[in-house]
Design a protein around this ligand. Structure first.
Ligand code: ATP
Length: 583
């Protein structure tokens, strides 16, 4: 801010009637001062750019961490409603936009504000009268900025929402490219994506129009002010109210302010964009951090009568907190008059007064028509969801009171379509352990052997280091199942939930999977959602779920003896599959 002042002084020195030597001396002093000012300015600029970039990037980093950890802690109902692509977009695009607002923008904006404030101060010092004229720009620009800011904030929110939508389309279709291709819908999907992107483009056209109008108007207002200053300043100089040096300095300050006004305008618009984009981010982070946290804490206090500082139960999906039973798990599970409705579909009652006792160490086969709620039994036991009425108990303790992480640590699952992560076979098996980094190779091999997976893994060129591709798609269905079984074996849980694959594996694969499962089931409490007659026959009890409750329960022969029984009908209709070997 010293530069225009110094230049003004230099001009006055040049125009002042004094001796040449004295003038030279004064000039040298001023130039020396200016060199000093430039050096200080350069160092300050370096510090500003470097520190603001570093701190800004740290803010983005922290924002991403908070958002991801918030997503990880949401309840299952949230994931039923929210799409993956949208969340990925929030994590990448929205955080970047908010990040840009705080990095580059705050730094440039603060600089512009400081420059404008300093400039006005210096102008006041040089000529209060002319400053009064220059400041006439403030009211119209403020009014415009207010409306423009509101508009920009709203439209940025819309743009980010639309972008999240299109990312969602892309993510879903890319990750399921096989299905898209099998149905020959590549062009349909392209069109759908293009429609989404076109919507984003249309919104940005609107934004561009407003932005152009705003910038144009502010520029015009600025130029009018400069013109007025020229006019009045010129008049004042002819009347000797101001020196030529002061007028030059004043005009330079006005130019400085013009530049910083431009900076402030883009600072303001980027800030509004950042605020628009951040709306959804805060919604997501606050959802857990405040609302869910409070709800869960209150829930724990009501249920357990105690306050658990880390105590956020897992009905909300939140890991950690709740009671950790000190006695070893026996494995008695009981569903008592459970009523359950999925949060994302609140008009359909899935269970009403469902009661089921699963004794420790026994195998219970859950059967029933498709959509009757067999898999939901497992979801309730894992506390992905909580019943709205009734309770699920483990060894007599309501699982709502128990620390969900601990609870899930006692339960192993092998689902119909086991999901593997896109890492090595080894890492996928090690994922079964509470701390995958401490698992030894021997433990991995042992688990793979028990799961009948050792030989096929060793036949791969990279053996246990073979990468399985996204969701394990480079493995066959039977191989995926056996890796999932190895993972469950490594976990060594007291309780097992098996969701039998409905799609038939070939005889060899079927045999190997079946044998591995039999080995896995020994000495554990097992709930198996069974589709094959052989699994059902080997169960200690069979529970038939129909119309939201257990309609029949007993052994295979007991249920087959019920003349008009549902189980008998299911077997006769061959809804339950007879295995390849005829059992
Ligand atoms: N996350 C969810 N949100 C809303 N409704 C759901 C959800 N998951 C399942 N449902 C519904 O709940 C009902 C029971 O589903 P569930 O998967 O438990 O049935 P199932 O007996 O295991 O079916 P299948 O034998 O066909 O696998 C179905 O009507 C299903 O549409």
């Amino acid at each position: 801010m010293a530069v225009p002042f110094c230049i003004g002084k230099v001009i006055d020195i040049i125009y002042s009637p004094s001796e040449q030597e004295k003038m030279k001396e004064k000039l040298t002093t001023f130039c020396q001062i200016m060199v000093g000012v430039f050096i200080v300015g350069a160092v300050a600029n370096f510090g500003r750019v470097y520190l603001m970039s570093v701190s800004g990037n740290r803010i983005i980093n922290r924002l991403r961490q908070t958002l991801f950890s918030s997503i990880m802690r949401q309840e299952m109902g949230f994931f039923d409603k929210t799409k993956t692509g949208e969340l990925v977009n929030r994590l990448s695009a929205d955080t970047t936009l908010v990040g840009q607002s705080v990095t580059q923008n705050i730094s440039d904006g603060l600089r512009a504000v400081a420059q404008a404030t300093g400039g006005v101060g210096m102008m006041m010092y040089v000529s209060p009268k002319l400053t009064g004229i220059a400041l006439l720009i403030v009211p119209p620009v403020s009014i415009m900025a207010r409306y423009y800011g509101r508009f920009l904030r709203a439209i940025t929110k819309d743009v980010q929402d639309s972008l999240a939508n299109t990312t969602q389309i892309a993510e879903e279709k890319i990750s399921n490219i096989r299905t898209v291709r099998a149905f020959g819908h590549e062009t349909t999907e392209e069109d759908r994506y293009n429609t989404g992107i076109k919507h984003v483009l249309d919104l940005t056209y609107k934004e561009a129009l407003m932005r152009a109008m705003f910038f144009g108007s502010v520029g015009l207002a600025g130029n009018c002010v400069v013109l007025s200053v020229f006019y009045y300043g010129g008049t004042m100089m002819t009347e000797s109210q101001i020196s030529v040096g002061d007028l030059s300095a004043f005009l330079l300050y006005a130019a400085y302010i013009g530049v910083s006004l431009g900076g402030m305008t883009s600072f303001y618009s980027e800030m509004m964009k950042g605020l628009g984009a951040s709306t959804r981010l805060w919604e997501l982070t606050d959802r857990t951090l405040l609302y869910q946290y409070m709800v869960d804490i209150i829930q724990v206090v009501i249920i357990t009568g105690r306050y658990h500082p880390g105590g956020i139960p897992g009905g909300g999906g939140y890991p950690g907190g709740g009671l950790i039973p000190t006695s070893p798990v026996i494995g008695n599970i009981e569903f008592n008059d459970v009523r359950f409705i999925y949060p994302s579909r609140d008009d359909v009652v899935i269970f009403d007064k469902l009661s089921l006792l699963v004794p420790s160490g026994s195998i219970t086969a859950v059967v029933g028509p498709s959509g009757s709620g067999k898999s939901t039994v497992g979801s309730l036991l894992l506390r992905y969801y909580d019943p709205s009425q009734g309770s699920v108990t483990l060894d007599g303790e309501d699982i709502k009171k128990i620390d969900p992480t601990w609870l899930r640590g006692q339960i192993g699952t092998v689902s119909q379509e086991p999901v593997l992560f896109s890492c090595s076979v080894r890492d996928n098996i090690a994922y079964g352990s509470q701390d995958p980094t401490t698992v030894t190779d021997e433990e991995i091999y042992e688990a793979a052997k028990k799961a009948n997976a050792y030989h096929f893994i060793n036949s791969f060129p990279d053996k246990f280091n073979t990468l399985v591709g996204e969701r394990g798609q480079t493995l066959s269905g039977g191989q995926r199942q056996r890796v999932a079984i190895a993972r469950a074996i490594l976990k060594n849980p007291k309780i097992l939930i098996l969701d039998e694959a409905t799609s038939a594996l070939d005889a060899e694969s079927e045999y190997l999977v079946h044998e591995a499962l039999e080995r896995l089931m020994v000495g554990r409490t097992v709930i198996t959602i069974a589709h094959r007659l052989s699994t059902i026959k080997s169960a200690d009890q069979i529970a038939v779920i129909d119309h939201g409750h257990v309609s029949e329960i007993g052994s295979y022969s007991q249920l087959m003896d019920i003349p008009d029984g549902l189980f008998r009908k299911l077997v006769e209709r061959q809804t339950i599959t007879v295995d390849v070997n005829g059992s």
